[in-house]
Design a protein around this ligand. Structure first.
Ligand code: ADP
Ligand code: MG
Length: 212
């Protein structure tokens, strides 16, 4: 269990996430075929492969440097909305992490808050629109309240992952109000949002890394 994630740990989170995305690729494609254009799995897989390649090419620096590299790679390799949204989230995370060499629970909460606010700004979305933002928002709130209560990093990120999974389930009966799924109107009801599912996986990778 670690109470702080170093740059190497954050790089390990993204290695885990790239592996998870490769495993979830077909599911994400299936979910995006139902409510969008079927490219979320391939988009994110391509982006995370490129991100991990870039991480492997250099030595891991600070958490901020790792977030910055991943954010830049996603923006440049993923054409879909999710590339800009995840890319913005990680670039904002990099800004919030600054030069810190480690992220404890309260720094992690601040980093996730900036990332979440970045998604809202880039996507012009709000809570209840049934996008990845709902998952980021709920998970970030859970990490923030755990950190404010003095909980350590591993437990705070575990609370974030639980909130993310609960939110994905809670969103199923909602109607999408942003992104391609919103074009379906009422037909978006009853489906899991692809970006919400891939975001849940990211919060699970963060929690798994802190628990390791
Ligand atoms: P695209 O919609 O361009 O095909 P992807 O399929 O890769 O991009 O990603 C779709 C996901 O991106 C959605 O499931 C949703 O979670 C998220 N998304 C799309 N548009 C927005 C938006 N305006 N605000 C927030 N999230 C969005
Ligand atoms: Mg798509």
């Amino acid at each position: 269990m670690s109470e702080e994630l170093t740059g190497a740990d954050v790089a390990a989170v993204f290695h885990r996430y790239a592996k998870t995305v490769a495993e979830l690729k077909d599911l994400l494609t299936e979910l995006d075929t139902a409510v969008g254009d079927g490219d979320h799995g391939t988009n994110l897989d391509r982006g995370m492969r490129a991100a991990v390649e870039a991480l492997d090419a250099g030595t891991p620096g600070t958490p901020g440097a790792v977030f910055n590299l991943v954010g830049r790679r996603l923006v440049s390799t993923v054409g879909g909305a999710s590339g800009a949204l995840y890319g913005t989230a990680f670039l904002r995370a990099a800004g919030a992490a600054g030069d810190a060499t480690g992220l404890d629970a309260s720094r992690m909460a601040a980093v996730l808050r900036q990332a979440t606010d970045g998604i809202a700004a880039r996507g012009k979305c709000a809570a209840g629109d049934k996008t990845m933002y709902d998952v980021w928002s709920a998970a970030t709130e859970a990490v923030e309240s755990a950190a404010a209560g003095g909980t350590g990093l591993a437990a705070a990120l575990s609370a974030g992952a639980v909130a993310a999974a609960e939110t994905v389930r809670r969103m199923v009966p909602w109607q999408a109000r942003r992104g391609r799924a919103s074009y379906l109107g009422e037909r978006s009801v009853g489906h899991r949002d692809p970006g919400a599912v891939s975001s849940q996986a990211l919060f699970e990778c963060l929690a798994a890394q802190a628990a390791a």
